[in-house]
Design a protein around this ligand. Structure first.
Ligand code: ADP
Ligand code: MG
Length: 611
């Protein structure tokens, strides 16, 4: 016999999908508060959320006539047509949460819209009471008591109070980070655990991780292929023992996503040891049409229209910043890019910051005004820039304007670090390592090895992309004897090595023979190169993108090609500088700076000529 389930039974079943633990209750309620436009949210839990979860917001409120509807399954004010699903911008949209939670708890909603009095409506296991006048300020308070009191089986499956509390706390931390413009207060058993004031991401980071965290992170803000990647990533020496220090937000929503997770891990692969995990708080913003949030009722993952683009974008941004290659400058957030940027004003609001950025832009002149051409690789650029983490897209006209401003700003930061090579006067070298240049009131010290490595790297990568690497046969072939694992790895990558200019072939048993190498790298240390490549085998195995492999191979090759303690001829010195093209912001492929600037005034201070 086929039964039509009563709403009561249906909701209890559905509740298992949406709310299985106190933390999912908290999550749904806080997301509702955010969707309601709240700027202040208080979350209270008792006994790990089993006894009480209460969320209070100052959002739009629920009108008296809508209070009952809020408890109905599939009642939502956020979606009315199926097509809307493709442009979801609010956090909730299924209209399931309140009905599900109400069916397994004692719930009370007290709410007040700006133009009416406050009303409340309570429910016990889904059975609604009466709408009654109540006291309260603008906004909504939802209290959930005795979760699962009427489903003992489910109650049994909850973890201890302490563990449930821990899970709620982790989640609150992530919400707090994802919405730095919202002021949060989080209380556990009556004591304040987190408090933020809605004054920006750095402050939110400090609220969760302590003020010291900022010193260990790079602030990044990059845009590629229509995807904006921003937030904080731990520096090369900052690692964590597990993944709980990793937060990813896609269009403002916290998710765990394999593609992005792998991209970040692989970018850190050469810096972190086994069982060390990178720290990150990353925001991805992309047009909602190319991301599907409707993967699972808990909405903890997303699907991207094109995983390759997402992987490539995140990988290249994070690894550029860590490796310090030339693009890193573009990817660091404004404050980190400009060397002498004014200290950020403490209490600058998001709006003020935007204005300030606007007035900062120099008059549009010469080269800077040329619109950026998008490369083939970038296909159809999506210039829409969404202001994180406000949920609404910026209007289209503004998007173009803002994008242009962003590019100008980038250009300007770069030009600050670039000097005219002709204006540099060579003054000699120090320790057979540092070349000294004078220019007006400042001196530059250039690490010749880092610079050389960097130049080789750029050249090799460019030749590789153009498929024009010139190989040079070796007098004696180099034969590598490998173990089974190494052999399996390397033999699969032979085509890539060939693209880089190595002539490499299987040589019987588990050996690989190298009989030619890129002309630029003649004299390189083969052993050092292959041991570096094989050392990163574990982390490279998971990577399928040939491009990323090439990057790693190229940087290992260049490192192996540059010899230390060598005196350069004057001609070589000039050539080096010419190749650097005056770019004093360069980093070597391994992240060390190529050039350091010393101001005359700094020297004079050392000599106490000035104080
Ligand atoms: P959904 O969020 O998916 O729409 P919910 O069951 O979570 O579904 O909420 C149902 C409806 O109740 C929402 O669409 C919204 O109209 C209203 N609502 C819930 N919480 C709040 C809140 N804190 N402030 C204002 N309206 C709310
Ligand atoms: Mg909801």
């Amino acid at each position: 016999m086929i039964h039509i389930l009563t709403a009561d039974v249906y909701n209890k079943i559905a509740a298992g999908e949406v709310v299985d633990r106190p933390y999912s209750v908290v999550k749904e309620l806080v997301e509702n508060a955010l969707d309601a436009g709240a700027t202040e949210i208080t979350v209270e839990i008792e006994a790990g959320g089993k006894k009480l979860v209460r969320v209070t917001d100052n959002g739009c409120g629920i009108a008296r006539g809508e209070l009952q509807k809020a408890y109905l399954p599939h009642a939502t004010s956020k979606l009315s047509r199926a097509e809307d699903l493709f442009g979801v911008r609010t956090l909730g949209f299924r209209g399931e949460a309140l009905a599900s939670i109400a069916s397994v708890s004692r719930m009370r909603i007290v709410s007040k819209t700006a133009d009416a009095e406050a009303y409340s409506l309570a429910s016990e296991g889904g059975a609604l009471g009466e709408v009654e006048p109540a006291a309260g300020g603008n906004g909504t308070q939802v209290s959930v008591e005795d979760l699962f009191f009427n489903t003992p089986a489910r109650l049994k499956f909850l973890k201890s109070d302490g563990q449930e509390e821990g899970d709620v706390t982790n989640m609150i931390a992530r919400i707090l980070l994802s919405r730095p413009e919202v002021a949060f207060t989080y209380l556990v058993n009556g004591k304040v655990r987190y408090r933020s004031f809605g004054d920006g991401l750095p402050a939110a980071m400090a609220a969760v991780y302590g003020a010291g965290i900022l010193g260990n992170c790079y602030a990044i803000d990059a845009e590629k292929h229509g995807v904006r990647v921003s937030g904080f990533i731990g520096d090369r020496n900052f690692s964590k023992p597990n993944r709980t220090y990793q937060s990813l937000f896609v269009n403002g929503r916290y998710v765990v996503n394999q593609t992005v997770g792998a991209a970040v891990s692989n970018a850190y692969a050469s810096y972190l040891m086994k069982r060390q995990y990178p720290f990150y708080v990353l925001f991805l913003e992309l047009p909602p049409e190319i991301v599907d949030v409707n993967v699972h009722p808990n909405k903890a993952d997303v699907r991207f229209a094109d995983n390759q683009v997402i992987y490539g974008t995140v990988y290249s941004v994070v690894s550029s910043v860590l490796d310090g290659n030339s693009r890193a400058l573009e990817y660091l957030a404004k404050d980190e890019r400009a060397e002498e940027a004014p200290a950020p004003k403490e209490e600058m609001s998001f709006e003020e910051a935007k204005k300030e950025l606007h007035f900062d832009i120099p008059p549009v002149v010469g080269k800077v005004s040329v619109p950026r051409r998008f490369t083939d690789e970038e296909k159809e650029p999506l210039v829409l820039r969404v202001n994180a983490p406000a949920p609404m897209p910026a209007p289209q006209e503004d998007a173009f304007e803002e994008n242009r401003r962003f590019l100008l700003e980038q250009e300007r930061a770069r030009s600050q670090q670039r000097v005219d090579p002709a204006s540099l006067e060579y003054k000699g070298e120090l320790f057979r390592t540092y070349l000294i240049y004078e220019r007006g009131e400042e001196a530059y010290l250039v690490d010749q090895h880092a610079a050389h490595e960097r130049i080789l790297y750029d050249r090799l990568r460019a030749a590789c992309d153009a498929r024009s690497v010139v190989s040079q046969p070796m007098l004696l072939p180099y034969v590598l004897d490998l173990n089974a694992q190494e052999y399996a790895f390397l033999s699969e990558k032979l085509p890539l090595l060939r693209e880089l200019g190595f002539e490499a072939e299987e040589f019987g048993g588990r050996s690989v023979k190298i009989s030619a190498l890129p002309a630029d790298l003649v004299g390189m240390d083969m052993e050092a190169f292959f041991s570096e490549v094989l050392a990163s085998m574990e982390s490279l195995r998971a990577v399928r993108l040939a491009d990323i492999l090439k990057d790693k191979f190229a940087s290992a090759a260049c490192k192996a090609a540059v010899k230390g303690g060598e005196r350069l001829t004057e001609e070589e010195v000039r050539e080096l500088l010419r190749r650097m093209d005056g770019d004093m912001g360069l980093k070597c492929p391994h992240g060390r700076p190529v050039a350091v600037r010393v101001k005359r005034s700094e020297l004079e201070k050392l000599f106490k000529r000035i104080v």
